[in-house]
Design a protein around this ligand. Structure first.
Ligand code: CU
Length: 138
């Protein structure tokens, strides 16, 4: 307890106003096409720290599997490949967008009005994202 209080004091004095290390903005998650169970996630990730942040995976209660993908054009055909990690450089933003890197959300289940996604760094949660579909009641 005493150690925890000391750490908190050190953190507050070091940071001044606390700023989240990683921030998601411009989040958009597509709805699966009829008969399909796959969605894509687009967003901008901003690293407010002085160190690179590695995102090595993601989970979502609404999907059986979430991968980090990159779209590549090979022989005129757009294909996707899975990335082992996504690095957000220190004090920079990285955009996940159509035709580029994106979250691939697979095996949709219980898709209602909103989606929650947890980004992981070496299996540890680093950012929780919540996205409400437009026109939903949530
Ligand atoms: Cu994909």
């Amino acid at each position: 307890m005493r150690i925890a209080a000391l750490c908190l004091a050190v953190l507050l004095s070091a940071c001044g106003a606390p700023q989240p290390p990683l921030v998601a903005s411009e989040v958009e998650i597509t709805r699966p096409m009829p008969g399909r169970h796959m969605s894509a996630g687009y967003l901008v990730l901003t690293n407010n720290t002085g160190e690179p942040i590695r995102i090595t995976g993601a989970t979502s209660p609404q999907f059986g599997k979430v991968e980090i993908h990159e779209t590549i054009i090979a022989d005129g055909v757009a294909r996707m490949r899975q990335l082992d990690e996504l690095v957000v450089p220190a004090r920079h933003s990285v955009g996940l967008e159509r035709g580029g890197k994106h979250l691939m959300l697979m095996r949709a289940r219980d898709l209602d009005a909103a989606v929650s996604v947890q980004l992981l760094s070496d299996d540890a949660p680093i950012l929780a994202i919540r996205y409400a579909f437009p026109g939903g009641t949530d």
